[in-house]
Design a protein around this ligand. Sequence first.
Ligand code: LMR
Length: 319
Amino acid sequence: MFGKQQPLALQLLGSERSREALEGVAMELEDSLYPLLREVSIGVDPRAVFKDADWALMIGAKPRGPGQERADLLDQNGRIFVDQGKALNEVASPDCKVMVVGNPCNTNALIAMENAPRIPRRNFHALTRLDENRAKCQLALKAGMFYTSVARTAIWGNHSTTQVPDFVNARINGRPAIDVIGDMKWFREDFTPTVATRGGALIKKWGRSSAASTAVSIADAIRSLVVPTPAGDCFSSAVITDGNPYGIAEGIVFSMPCRSKGDGGYEVCDDFIIDDWLRSKIRASEDELLKERDCVGHLIGVEGASCAITVDTTLPGEN
Ligand code: LMR
């Protein structure tokens, strides 16, 4: 993920309840003799585990229980991310990069960010690279080509069923994907929902969340920040919208096409075409994230926000 020369120290955070499992994971890591893995430590106190962390991968979150309202899920997970954000603020490296995977990941990332004012806001990411990889896979299959032919495949918005896989700007072998595939009905009625509901579809098949593809996509997402983005290409990451070039409301964590010089930072690409289809879909995802933000106002220091989620866009991975 960081290149073939970069040794790693892994500091693994668990909870009291998962301590034994964490010890098992550490044993597995030790026994694998990874050539670059120089240290493994475990703990249940984020203030100890996040000490001097350069990268924080926030993999876990509390899954939604049977019959639980989405607002309650946001609140319960939010409280975890308040605590972890504060711990990062206190002890992590001042330029720590944070990748949030646990759902609802965009709003969890926002909560961690708002509780860690010492760390730059732009350093917080929520994982939508898995969605990008899913979109590339579908485009490649439809075009009958290998996935390496597919580029400029952005995911916009929330990592939920309102996410917007962007076929308008995607390229296959350097040509617009729309021209190569030539089937707008497929893009709108098949490709878009297939990508947006892939997590849930996978759970139905094998009874649990995607694991291997998620792990690969986390490594891909981080690698995209530490190697320069090829000219004309992009990678998707949900990042803070402050100052974005697309008129998306500021102050939410929203997936957008990004590019990097390979220094751990990124900029949001400003040359993506937003047609009417994309605009209306992006608005719906933006609206959802603004509502999520209102639901966690009490966790991010916003007074008077009220939680009014009326449509429950089931998160990928939930049944
Ligand atoms: C996914 O997209 O596969 C995940 O978000 C599913 C999950 O665990 O919620």
